[in-house]
Design a protein around this ligand. Structure first.
Ligand code: ATP
Length: 332
């Protein structure tokens, strides 16, 4: 039996985590969950929203399923998500966005993979207040991290039969930093002549994504643009409730939905667990349980085809009701 870290989070975290665990269990996958808690609830006891034991658990187990964690604002703590990614060197943030059966969206055949650099850029957290009216925030881009993520994107493209990688920057304005990111992407692109390489400015990319998303295949972005653009691509396929994600490093990986803790709908049994279930499917693939991952995905898709969905997608199913429908389809 595999041991996997389960980071429960807050807001809608517990509801969607329970849904994912129930579905995995119903598929017959035997997992020994190493339950860890992060966020506001553990500060009192541990002195930090991300205790060392959580990091240790992921290092030891090699994989984690995580639901969203809110970082308390104004208490001097760094973002739990950013710290987790940085401490474990989960340098690649992978966010596939593909249309789901029977989920009505503006476009059909959207199949985009966002590859976001996960460790630097404005997320380095280097900010200073110069005076009462001026603040500086430093954007760090290094050749090493840029080449590493570019290589990840091209390798992903080759392994997954993708045709094109587009590097997305604002290199006309951030000439040195985004310029360096582009230089690194170009250098790596030369090593993959079989993959079409394209460059596009992030503002134009957003407009093109809204008007004609099917022209894109793999998007390669620095951290901040990757965060923003992946919410946009989530919107193309039904919203944050269905957008899966993974943070991948050399030695371990943390699978989590793109969305945050959605405090506006927490505790109301109406969160959509699709994003975390799809993230869990990727986790199963990662640990060699591809067959069961495929079964869960089929049962989820069948549930959509039956017209069952949560309110964010225009349906009436509760989080629990939707989960039960998936489990029923798994057993048929
Ligand atoms: P963060 O900054 O932590 O990523 P955010 O500000 O982007 O969070 P979210 O918590 O992701 O915000 O929520 C944005 C909107 O999407 C909210 O209206 C929320 O209710 C909705 N939403 C997010 N996740 C889901 C979900 N799983 N099911 C239904 N609605 C969701």
């Amino acid at each position: 039996m595999k041991t996997i870290t389960l980071i429960q989070g807050d807001g809608i975290g517990p509801e969607i985590t329970e849904a994912a665990v129930k579905v995995i269990d119903a598929a017959g996958v035997k997992i020994d969950w190493d339950l860890q808690t992060a966020g506001e609830d553990v500060i009192e006891k541990e002195g930090s929203p991300l205790p060392e034991c959580v990091l240790e658990s992921v290092r030891k187990n090699g994989a984690a399923l995580k639901s969203p964690v809110t970082t308390p604002i104004g208490r001097g703590f760094r973002s739990v998500n950013v710290t987790l990614r940085k401490e474990l060197d989960l340098y690649a943030n992978l966010r596939p966005c593909c249309n789901l059966p029977s989920v009505k969206t503006r476009y059909e055949n959207v199949d985009i993979v966002v590859v976001r650099e996960n460790t630097e850029d404005l997320y380095a957290g280097i900010e200073e207040k110069i005076d009462e009216n001026t603040a500086h925030s430093i954007k760090i881009i290094t050749r090493g991290a840029s080449e590493r993520i570019a290589k990840f994107a091209f390798e992903y493209a080759v392994k997954n039969n993708r045709k094109q990688v587009s590097a997305v920057t604002k290199a006309n304005i951030c000439k040195l930093s985004d310029g360096l990111f582009l230089e690194a992407a170009r250098h790596i692109a030369e090593q993959y002549p079989q993959i079409q390489y394209r460059e596009i400015l992030v503002d134009n990319c957003c407009m093109q994504l809204v008007q004609n998303p099917c022209q894109f295949d793999v998007l390669l972005l620095p951290n901040l643009y990757g965060d923003i653009v992946s919410d946009l691509t989530a919107g193309l396929i039904g919203g944050l409730g269905v957008a899966q994600g993974a943070n991948i490093g050399e030695h371990c990986a943390v699978f989590e939905p793109v969305h945050g803790s959605a405090p506006d709908i927490a505790g109301q049994n109406k969160a959509n667990p699709t994003a975390i279930i799809l993230s869990a499917v990727e986790m199963l693939n990662y640990i060699g349980e591809e067959k069961n991952g495929k079964r869960i995905k089929s049962a989820l898709f069948e549930t959509f085809r039956q017209g069952v969905c949560t309110p964010d997608l225009g349906g009436t199913a509760s989080c629990c009701g939707f989960t039960d429908a998936i489990i029923k389809n798994l057993q048929e």
